[in-house]
Design a protein around this ligand. Structure first.
Ligand code: PEP
Ligand code: MN
Length: 337
């Protein structure tokens, strides 16, 4: 249920509305908009008569949110969420580019790529230290050493960093090093992990599960929001369909649909969606044209010898090309890069 309250209502009266909602058994999440304060009253109280709240002083409107997700819904918060990462804003006018290797492999590799990424104009450096590999025999990441190297590389060139968390026991360790947590496609349904990330002050980029519907994806975001962390970025990374020519099917329409349903910023990851370097640039252009708030791509200076996802890694000169092209597209739709 959403309770719309007059923004000029004295604090003490606002608190009494919140107390009243608590008394009826609701958990209350507050969001302050331009004209109104929106109270999300969470919890199921069958047969609850919303007039009990409508009558209270300062309450402008009360309505039920019919979507299964509440805090993620635009009906709870109409204004777009801007996720702040150091001096970067994701969800604003600027489209933020995130680039880097699939995995941090060694110091030389990540330093070199941090320079490539910085030079390209991208704002965030990616690199996995704990890798969720399909095969247990594949490279699993450097662990803490990888986190340290990623942080050092980001700090050296002046880039924020993002890395993936694959299990709850790594939470404190990763939180120490990263600016943004990445939850991978394979972990979108890992509810204990999502609940834990709800307790963090750091932003979380939540990738869409490879077979998840948009509503399931938003329900996973809801876990993080309900835990108290409002800084969630959604990431479309391709879904499994009957089509097997490419690694996945890039659901460009999900960018638009997710933005219609939620106030959360949306990122697009054509690298994992497509899986082949020669098709990443056109699909990145499509994502920007569709209105993505951020774009994540993999890049490697020696992809033939990369320890993971070499075939989909852009070469450094391709990343430069990509940046030049998407800057032009961004202008056409009133955004900038
Ligand atoms: C990755 O970003 O390297 C990754 C493993 O992505 P996904 O979870 O989308 O497969
Ligand atoms: Mn990868």
């Amino acid at each position: 249920m959403v309770v719309v309250v007059d923004k000029n209502l004295p604090q003490i009266k606002l608190e009494s509305i919140i107390d009243e909602l608590n008394r009826f058994g609701f958990d209350v999440h507050k969001s302050t908009g331009e004209k109104y304060i929106i109270l999300g009253a969470l919890g199921v109280q069958p047969g609850f008569d919303i007039r009990k709240i409508k009558m209270l002083e300062g309450v402008v409107d009360v309505f039920r949110i019919t979507e299964p997700y509440k805090l993620a819904s635009k009906r709870f918060k109409a204004e777009k969420t801007i996720v702040k990462v150091n001096d970067i804003e994701i969800g604003g006018e600027e489209i933020i580019v995130i680039a880097g290797p699939c995995s941090v492999e060694n110091e030389n590799q990540i330093m070199k790529l941090a320079e490539v990424v910085k030079k390209s104009g991208a704002k965030i450096l990616r690199g996995g230290a704990f890798k969720p590999r399909t095969s247990p025999y594949s490279f699993q990441g450097l662990g803490e050493e990888g986190l340290k190297l990623l942080r050092q590389a980001g700090d050296k060139v002046g880039l924020s960093v993002i890395t993936e968390i694959i299990e709850p026991s790594h939470f404190e360790l990763i939180e120490k090093y990263t600016d943004i947590f990445q939850v991978g496609s394979r972990n979108m349904y890992n509810y204990p992990l999502l609940k834990l990330l709800g307790t963090s002050k750091k932003p979380v980029m939540l990738k869409r599960g490879m077979s998840a519907t948009i509503d399931e994806w938003l329900m996973s975001a809801e876990y993080i929001l309900a835990g108290g962390n409002p800084n969630v970025i959604l990431c479309e990374r391709g879904i499994r369909t009957f089509e097997t020519t490419l690694r996945n099917t890039f659901d460009v329409s999900a960018i638009v649909t997710a933005q219609e349903k939620t106030h959360l910023p949306v990122c697009a990851d054509p690298s994992h969606a497509i899986g082949y370097r020669d098709k990443i640039i056109p699909m990145a252009r499509a994502a920007v044209a569709a209105g993505t708030d951020a774009l994540m791509v993999e890049v490697h200076h020696d992809p033939d010898n990369a320890l993971s996802d070499g075939p989909q890694a852009l070469l450094p000169e391709q990343l430069e090309q990509l940046m030049i092209q998407i800057k032009e597209i961004a202008k056409v739709i009133g955004r900038k890069i």
